[in-house]
Ligand binder design. Sequence first.
Ligand SMILES: Cc1ncc(COP(=O)(O)O)c(C=O)c1O
Length: 437
Amino acid sequence: MHLFKTISSDRRSILKGLAAAAVAPLAGPAMAAEGLPKAPTGLAIASDKAYWDAVRGLYAVTPDIVNLENGYWGVMPEPVRREFIRQTDMVNSQNSYYARQRFGADFEAVRVKVAEAVGAAPEEIALTRGATEALQLLIGGYNRLKAGDTVLYADLDYDSMQYAMNALKARRGVDVVKFDVPEPATRQAVLDAYTKAIEANPKTKLLLLTHVSHRTGLVMPIAEIARMAKAKGIDTIVDAAHSWGQLDFKVSELETDFVGFNLHKWIGAPLGVGFLYIKKDRLSEIDRDMGDEDYPEADIRSRVHTGTINFATVLTVPTAIALHQEIGAPAKQARLRHLRDSWVSRVRAFRDIEILTPDEAGSYGAITSFRLAGKTSKADNDAVVAKLRDGFRVHTVRRAGVAKGQCIRVTPALYTTEADLDRLVEALAVVTGTRAG
Ligand SMILES: Cc1ncc(COP(=O)(O)O)c(C=O)c1O
């Protein structure tokens, strides 16, 4: 009897716990940014110190280094991190019972939320573990190519997407052509380079485009290029790994039918989540992922077959999106550009410095790269990164793959302060020899 009572009260509390868990996963977002004042409007949006100090207060980052390497991924703000821990604990305690009973519906709710936020229909979105998975599935799955066609990409595109394009030679029998984006880049020079590459390769059927280059931060005029390509019967696949959340846009503005996104960079979701977009009437042109049979062929979810994922990561996405929306995409974009301008405007005139990212409106976001004139090797740029790190406690990263030589990428985040950028400017004054150290 006693035993029965114990078991039965245990069962009651487990069931209570499960009932709570059933509503808990998506209950977080409303509380996402408690304590954040109302965002300023108009021109003040980018430089309102009190507001951005409050945003900075949402992040727990080490004071040991000025981290200007936020292009790798976006650390979670505290409300998101807390939600991730809560969801991790929930999944760990509710175990496969949660996963079997509830996760399907919760996962679907997240997909709907992401679609709404990016301006797509849910049937145009499938969640992935990141932009790499999304873009590999799009590039590898694009089934309209035939032997003898040409596919095109540029030096600034991301390495693993270049590999996926190169792999099409063996997979589809196509010719793969790579060309260089001009440096220094201007919007017109970029457009001209893509026009020239397309005209020089009349058999082109597929073009890879990167919205924000991870090498130089250059923002490509995607819609114009995609329109020009479409007029010639060329499809575009857009790598938006770095853009959504850094820049303010909806997917339709890219005028492209196939796009890969990240949620763990500028949306601030936990590591391990992104998504792909396929325009509704184009689904049949991307193959099912390894012949998936879990979903019907007409369901975009058959285009991604990841296997077991980190449930808590996905369950935290709505909280990250809620905070992204509370601060607001226009405010984030304006702030990040303001931070970028704050250092670039002061160092452009420094001795022997080359800024690779143009100042033209619409051509940059948070990221900008530089090199010291003539210093194009790995060793040259590693040395500068080391000087900034060891001499000034400023963390940056060397980037390779730019046709005219290697460079150093600087990426502030929403938690970056003007004082952080003052430190970078002082360091660059010394490193370039503009001012004695
Ligand atoms: C332009 C670009 N594309 C694709 C990726 C791949 O993203 P992930 O490694 O998060 O899948 C990155 C990552 O830095 C990137 O910068």
